[in-house]
Write a protein that binds this ligand. Sequence first.
Ligand code: PGA
Length: 226
Amino acid sequence: MLIAANWKMYKGPRETREFLDRFVPPDGVDVVICPAYTSLHAAVESGRTVYAQNVHWAEEGAFTGEVSAAMLVELGVQGSIVGHSERRQNFAETDETTARRAEAALAAGLGVIACVGETEQEREAGETEEVLRRQVGVLPRDDGLVIAYEPVWAIGTGKTATPNVAQEAHAFIRSLHDTEVLYGGSVKPDNAAELLSQPDVDGALVGGASLDVDSLTAICRAAIPS
Ligand code: PGA
């Protein structure tokens, strides 16, 4: 079971250190912390597994504001999220750029959490499978890649996919790509156990509820089958 904490644009180095000094997850669950770039060093120093929230596909070059896979490797970072819906919606990320970022990260030896998921409009129009087929279809086949199913309508909204809706989407994704599939979208201590008990849910990508030590710890506990 893998629990990844996506801290988005929260927590500078000081708060990162304070959090990780207090954070003691239970045995038997793999935890990945994904802080902002400026907090990566502090997070790596804690000895935890650390992923970035994005990575560029070029080795170097004139790409203002971007960070390469080699730079992350040099820092001791072990992987990166790619294709998060906030990047797709606000920063013009596409299926193609997501795939390029994933390929470059994998080639540099980084792990990848590649995010996919339909919007509310797409779900209502019955296009969920079509969208997932398109988003998953471009992703590299590689042992270092896991997919996070994050229905856009469930991210930061408090609307969680029901365990059945998540299970159905996960099974479909797994029929397209033989890899672990994490669920993301308003995962909280009180809904984690039920979501994580679904047969094709292999872990969670947690945003808001990962910002508090006790809440992230409770989600990690819920990931351990009783
Ligand atoms: P949320 O975010 O848990 O706050 O809904 C999940 C994510 O965006 O990865």
